[in-house]
Ligand binder design. Structure first.
Ligand SMILES: Nc1ncnc2c1ncn2[C@@H]1O[C@H](COP(=O)(O)OP(=O)(O)OP(=O)(O)O)[C@@H](O)[C@H]1O
Length: 792
């Protein structure tokens, strides 16, 4: 029968290699691998060259697969020279102990991971190559973890994946109705996060079945599923593979349920111990259960050389992944058994395995062969090539955008974070930063006044008496709280103990000395000059308060002197120092710290909110398994990034509007420039922060690391970008570093627009735009590259 298959292939015009090499005959009793397998029944092994063409005919064909995790120096070998053949139209049960590498193998099949060496063919193509359809809609993958969005309802989950697979909504709904019923799922409007573990697994299974793919890869789909439903799942799998167009690869820890598979691969330590139909395995190993077979094979593999052999199995067949039961294939004893020359797999080239499975699976594959008879298998070269040059599809964008928006909408905390936080930050900044301190205690010792009666008269005319009182009255009562002390020592003690920010001392003949100083001018003696001075001791530990008191004391003296001079009909200008500060070109003579910091604060708020929002976005999806599942469904890194960019852009526009409205309209931060360019620059900075967030998200595996990196970058950026202190105050090296940061030139640009009213044609302004755009491009490129590398 096997030879007939090969001949019929030759008649159909199959590749020459299959036909021309078939006559090579090996005497199995002498040198063939089957000799070691104890095949001494006089049957011949016929070497059949495994060609690319034959491999492409299988649903899955793995040859000499090696895969290790970790570094080359210290590798953890997971797949070791593994060969596997899954004919089309079969259910293939992949069994093995926990940690033997099943999930790794499956992830290589769906293109999520790459082998270190070896070959994989899935549905005629190599996973991950253009046009192979894998990853993509030709495969349905149910990973071991739930890998769904908890915030989505069952219906929304189905819509998400259905749209990714370009299915129309009506078709998705039809499929959904069927799957809800078939998998005994609750109402389609229930949120996934509120379902039981078993229900969630069934939704995950439904997602894999959704688009009716050619190849279903199911990693433990029956965990947490009751026996009845388990049986109906298996029944369904048998049904869908019946016509030979669908193939299922399934892993399960319930070994006995795999009896319903057409073929079983028993895997251990990165190798297939055997690859057979369940009944062949039971017969060959003379066991009653598959579990027994597995134990026998495992013991054999683990036993020392020279240990008693399991009937029908040897070290040689195990290491060569030989299908022992294939030796029973064919009804006649003298029929040859084909050996795939390259792989060393006995019997498991596609014709033999099909043939075998027909016999072993109650005729199910008889039907399969009938369906295919006379039909030459099309070689899938570029099945999906209409999509090869498309960047995305409408369905994918619709799915990804809805997912991003719904996710935000459903999460009240995130919504508050997005819109309330920037407003709160602006309000807090405007209320807390830049205002003059008030209620500062000043310890005053005035020997001119009577300390007991506290008498200190003030005359607002040309009276030259009690001038110390007149000066003290000039001090702003809101800023300064005046505490009187009898002696200088007491006043200084008040400063030392932190009860006052400074001490002010007037001698007992202050007024006389001051009048003499004004009258005598350059003829004043030192004694007069000394006595006319107001002595001040400040607590300069707080620079802002110290400098402000210093400034207020001087301005108060100038106002006091000008007032006195004008009351006495003298020119008040005599009280000024001979430097005249005219109306400033930009800004005011009484500049506000708020106006200096505000541009940088606006950009920092928008930049770092975007970082915070995006830095964990991809990580959460990755940790939920949704990212992996989306990759397998055929979504590209570009599509993921693009959908996030669009979502974030919408959010950014809202945030920018709120920040600018509160800063400029509510708190009246100066804005002399063109509002249009101010808005554009702010949005661009938000986009820049978002792209930086993507980089963090793509680089970090854990959310914790992303938070650390985002927070860690916050302070250096804030300190070095000239937001709170001029760049000109930094050491030269830091200045260059500062110029290379994304916020520095943008802050200068926004400051120039807000406070100077400069237009876009000024270099200081347009440099900020150019730098921001360069950073956006750089961050996007980095995250795209990292995502592509990580996707494998
Ligand atoms: N990303 C990874 N990095 C490093 N080692 C890994 C990684 N994924 C899996 N491994 C290791 O590879 C081995 C095989 O893991 P794999 O998940 O493929 O096993 P499995 O057969 O699917 O197990 P189970 O049945 O428990 O799911 C294990 O030792 C595991 O620790």
């Amino acid at each position: 029968m096997l030879i007939t298959e090969a001949n019929s292939l030759a008649e159909r015009g199959g590749p020459e290699s299959v036909v021309s090499t078939s006559p090579t005959t090996v005497d199995v009793d002498k040198d063939g691998p089957a000799a070691a397998a104890g095949v001494g029944n006089g049957r011949r092994l016929v070497t059949q060259q495994s060609s690319v063409w034959t491999r492409r005919q299988q649903a899955v064909c793995v040859r000499h697969a090696f895969k290790h995790y970790g570094s080359n120096k210290n590798p953890n070998h997971v797949l070791q020279n593994l060969n596997m053949t899954v004919p089309k139209g079969t259910i293939y049960g992949l069994l093995g102990a926990s940690g033997c590498g099943k999930t790794t193998l499956l992830s290589c099949l769906v293109g999520r991971r790459h082998l270190n060496s070896g070959e994989i063919w899935v549905l005629g193509g190599k996973p991950g190559t253009k046009g192979s359809g894998v990853p993509g809609k030709r495969v349905g993958y149910m990973p071991q973890e739930i890998a769904l969005l908890g915030e989505f309802s069952i219906r929304e989950t189905m819509m998400y994946f259905g749209w990714i697979f370009s299915m129309p909504s009506s078709e998705i709904q039809e499929r959904l109705d069927f799957l809800l019923n078939f998998l005994d799922l609750p109402s389609q409007n229930r949120l996934v996060k509120n379902l039981s573990g078993g229900q969630q697994r069934r939704v995950s299974f439904a997602v894999a079945l959704m688009h009716d793919p050619e190849l279903l890869i199911l990693d433990e789909p029956t965990v947490g599923v009751d026996p009845l439903l388990r049986q109906s799942i298996w029944h369904h799998l048998v049904q869908i593979t019946k016509d030979g167009n669908k193939t299922v690869i399934i892993t399960t820890h319930y070994i006995e349920e795999a009896r319903q598979a057409h073929a079983i691969g028993l895997m251990r330590s990165g190798k297939l111990l055997a690859e057979e139909s369940p009944s062949a395995l039971l017969t060959t190993y003379n066991c009653l259960s598959l579990e027994e077979v597995f134990l026998k094979l495992s013991r054999k593999q683990g036993s020392a050389p020279g240990a008693p052999a399991v009937p029908g199995a040897t070290d040689a067949n195990m290491t060569n992944n030989i299908s022992v039961a294939s030796l029973n294939w064919g009804n006649k004893k003298d029929e040859p058994v084909f050996v795939t020359e390259e792989s060393g797999v006995v019997g498991l080239n596609f014709h033999q395995s099909k043939e075998m499975l027909i016999n072993e699976s109650n005729g199910h594959l008889d039907q399969l062969n009938k369906n295919r008879a006379g039909k030459s298998e099309p070689v899938v070269d570029c099945d999906d090539c209409t999509d090869c040059f498309k960047l995305t599809t409408r369905g994918k964008m619709r799915a990804l955008l809805q997912k991003n928006f719904l996710r935000m909408w459903r999460n009240v905390g995130v919504m508050l974070f997005i819109f309330v936080l920037p407003v709160m930050q602006v309000i807090l900044f405007c209320l807390a930063i830049g205002r003059n301190p008030t209620g500062l205690h000043l310890a005053i010792v005035n020997h001119e006044m009577n300390f007991t009666t506290k008498e200190c008269p003030v005359y607002n005319n040309c009276s030259l008496t009690w001038l110390s009182c007149r000066y003290i009255q000039q001090l702003d009562n809101e800023t300064i709280v005046k505490d009187y002390f009898e002696t200088k020592e007491e006043a200084l003690d008040a400063v030392r103990s932190g009860d006052a920010w400074g001490a002010l001392y007037f001698t007992e003949n202050f007024t006389d000395a001051l009048v003499a100083r004004m009258a005598l001018g350059q003829n004043s003696d030192n004694e007069t000059l000394d006595q006319s001075e107001i002595r001040v001791w400040l607590d300069m530990s707080n620079q802002q308060i110290g400098l402000m008191l210093n400034r207020d004391l001087q301005f108060s003296y100038r106002d006091f002197a000008q007032d006195l001079l004008s009351q006495c009909n003298n020119n008040p200008k005599l009280a000024d120092i001979p430097i005249q500060f005219k109306e400033p070109i930009y800004g005011s003579n009484d500049p506000s710290f708020t106006d200096f910091v505000a541009p940088g604060v606006i950009l920092t708020i928008v930049f770092f909110l975007a970082v915070a929002l995006t830095s964990s976005a991809l990580i959460i999806e990755r940790m939920e398994g949704l990212l992996d599942r989306s990759w397998v469904a055929g979504v590209s890194p570009f599509e993921i990034l693009f959908s996030h960019v669009v979502t974030q852009f919408v959010v950014m526009c809202g945030q920018t509007a709120l920040v600018l409205i509160f800063m400029i309209v509510v708190f009246e931060v100066e804005c002399k420039g063109d509002m249009f360019w101010v808005i554009i620059l702010t949005i661009l900075q938000g986009l820049c922060g978002m792209c930086f967030g993507f980089v963090i998200s793509a680089i970090c595996e854990l959310e914790r690391n992303a938070i650390q990196l985002a927070l860690g970058s916050f302070y250096p950026t804030l300190l070095l970008s000239g937001v709170i202190w001029p760049v000109e105050g930094m050491p030269v090296v830091l200045r260059y570093i500062s110029l290379g940061l994304p916020l520095t030139l943008a802050t200068t640009s926004l400051r120039s627009m807000l406070t100077r009213g400069w237009k876009i044609d000024e270099p200081d302004v347009y440099n900020g735009f150019i730098a921001t755009i360069i950073w956006i491009a750089l961050f996007l490129t980095i995250s795209l590259v990292v995502l592509k590398v990580k996707r494998g």
